[in-house]
Design a protein around this ligand. Structure first.
Ligand SMILES: [Fe+2]
Ligand SMILES: [Fe+2]
Length: 242
């Protein structure tokens, strides 16, 4: 069952819970002159996500498809989306474009965004941040919507299980529970903790986001800078020791 919630003005959270992995997979739709979809979900989710988007905008009018890094839940259904939406163009890091996206999933060349570059969709503008290995993968990046101060933060703040669409109470303890549980099984070392991790997270905290739009779990509304610093401390605690 795919659920749709408006978690901020013109920002819609489309969530499908998959019991096999006890995880929600979330896409975000920004309703604007040039509608933007952030994450496509896996190819198997395409019919559900397409139907959910059709409740909000004409799916054929999707203009931009953003995502953090090359993985099935981030951009697996890009080709399906580009078949359904003739103007839909992928936006991602140059690394993502060159290393995987254009060759594997895209029907049309992706538009690469440089670190700090801004894309305007009408009323909203998005700043691209290149964040290598945060949350993970060399090609990773994030979008920061500057009006609502929303950080589309991909796998950061992952919370397992079925969560509410949005929350104003802290989410970092659930992130810690997930990270500790993953360390005990096949998903160990989900997120790298590298020499530049804390500096990258501090750069995200310095954006002072009001909304943290995570791919897996509730969208958090509150002091985003504090939440990111708390998340960095959890990563150091769980992953930062030999
Ligand atoms: Fe990921
Ligand atoms: Fe993910």
């Amino acid at each position: 069952m795919t659920q749709v919630d408006e978690v901020a003005a013109d920002l819609f959270r489309i969530a499908t819970y998959i019991p096999d992995v006890d995880l929600q997979f979330v896409q975000f739709l920004v309703r604007d002159d040039e509608p933007l979809l952030f994450h496509t979900g896996m190819r198997a989710l395409f019919p559900m996500v397409h139907e959910a988007v059709s409740r909000l905008v004409d799916p054929a009018g999707i203009r931009w498809i953003g995502f953090s890094h090359f993985e099935a839940d981030e951009c697996g259904a890009l080709g399906e989306w580009q078949a359904a939406a003739p103007q839909a163009t992928a936006i991602c890091s140059l690394v993502a474009k060159m290393v995987s996206v254009d060759d594997v999933v895209a029907r049309r060349p992706a538009r690469p965004l440089a670190d700090g570059e801004t894309l305007t969709t009408g009323r909203y503008s998005f700043r691209f941040l290149q964040t290598p290995q945060v949350p993970h993968a060399w090609d990773a990046g994030m979008l920061f919507e500057e009006t609502g101060r929303t950080l589309l933060c991909s796998d950061l703040f992952q919370q397992n299980g079925q969560t509410a669409a949005r929350t104003t109470t802290e989410v970092v303890s659930r992130f810690r529970d997930m990270l500790r549980a993953y360390q005990e099984g096949p998903f160990a070392w989900y997120l790298p903790y590298a020499s530049h991790t804390e500096a990258t997270l501090q750069r995200l905290a310095d954006l002072r986001p009001n909304i943290l739009a995570t791919m897996h779990g509730a969208t958090y509304e509150g002091d985003g800078a504090q939440a990111i610093q708390d998340l960095a401390a959890v990563m150091r605690e769980v992953l930062g020791r030999p």
